[in-house]
Design a protein around this ligand. Structure first.
Ligand code: CDT
Length: 305
């Protein structure tokens, strides 16, 4: 039996502060329908897809930003997306901010992606592990990247789920720059990694990296795919959002590290690739046969603080 999953990346152009969730969900449904018309089984949306990238602003009272977070999934705003996906028998992966009330009375703010199967059932929710940027206001920057103020880092790490006929993992934006993200999923037999991102083109701590954003994006996802014998799907919210230009370049990489599909615009756009999950074994069963060739007894320092 072949295990071909047709995967679409549903890149979003900018979501401005004034855009409400309903208008964004309408755009996402258009992308979903286009992906379905191209035979997609699974559609991947960007990180924090439902709102503008609000960590670009610092506020003294974090509670005044509660409206950027979802309290449940699905909810009234996203139910139309869930309904249409189920109608089309297409799965999806959605990035959003989650504000969670824990049983002990504490509140938690997470940057998450939820994976939904073709029948509408929720497969799992991944919390972002590597939280980039800064915790406090840095007024000398042209814009803030205060993710470390707005989100806690995941305590769970990188899981892998049986879904879409294969082993599916998730990571969010900055996670894609770290080899450990891919390897932890690779050790669990991952075959398809789904990653949404918002990557500003300007990096204030070292602007010499600005023109390299696209290069670094392709570099890490291609290498992560090849070194772990897995497909990697990276999907942007790109373009000029509230005056900040962000990388588009949504891309799908094969277990060979080859680029299968790449967005051509900075706006709403669907990219598609047929992913034969059995291609992964050509790498994980040969050059990257982890059980045979890895030397974990020498890797201890990697896991030390
Ligand atoms: N969203 C996100 O994780 N963006 C980061 C930018 C880091 S610059 C502070 C990224 O790695 O693309």
């Amino acid at each position: 039996m072949t295990r071909i999953v047709t995967v679409a990346g549903a890149q979003l152009g900018p979501v401005q502060l004034a855009d409400d969730r309903d208008s964004v969900v309408e755009r996402m449904i258009v992308l979903l329908q286009e992906a379905a018309s191209q035979g997609a089984d699974l559609v991947v949306f960007p990180e924090l897809a439902l709102t503008t990238f609000f960590p670009r602003w610092f506020v003294d009272d974090i509670a005044t930003t509660d409206h950027f977070y979802e309290r449940s999934m699905p909810n009234a705003a996203t139910q139309p997306l869930f309904d249409e996906a189920r109608h089309l028998e297409i799965g999806f992966c959605l990035g959003y901010a989650l504000l969670e009330d824990a049983p002990d009375g504490t509140q938690h703010r997470w940057n998450v992606q939820t994976l939904v199967e073709r029948d509408g059932s929720i497969v799992g929710t991944f919390k972002k592990v590597h939280i980039p940027g800064h915790e406090t206001n840095e007024p000398d920057r042209p814009f803030q990247h205060a993710e470390r103020y707005y989100f806690e880092p995941s305590p769970d790490g990188f899981g892998v789920w049986d879904a879409f006929g294969g082993r599916v993992g998730m990571m969010i934006c900055n996670d894609r720059r770290w080899p450990e993200s891919y390897r932890l999923m690779g050790l669990q037999g991952v075959e398809l990694i789904l990653c949404g991102y918002n990557t500003p083109l300007h990096y204030a701590p070292d602007p010499s990296q600005d023109p390299l954003q696209g290069f670094h994006n392709g570099l890490v996802m291609s290498a992560g795919a090849y070194q772990n014998g897995t497909f990697v799907v990276g999907v942007a919210k790109g373009g000029l959002e509230e005056g900040v230009d962000s990388l588009a370049d949504s891309s799908i990489f094969a277990p060979s590290g080859e680029l299968l599909a790449k967005a051509e615009t900075n706006d709403d756009e669907v990219i598609v690739a047929e992913c034969d999950l059995d291609w992964c074994k050509q790498y994980t069963g040969t050059l990257f046969d982890f059980a045979k060739y890895r030397r974990p007894e020498l890797y201890g320092p990697i896991a030390q603080p």
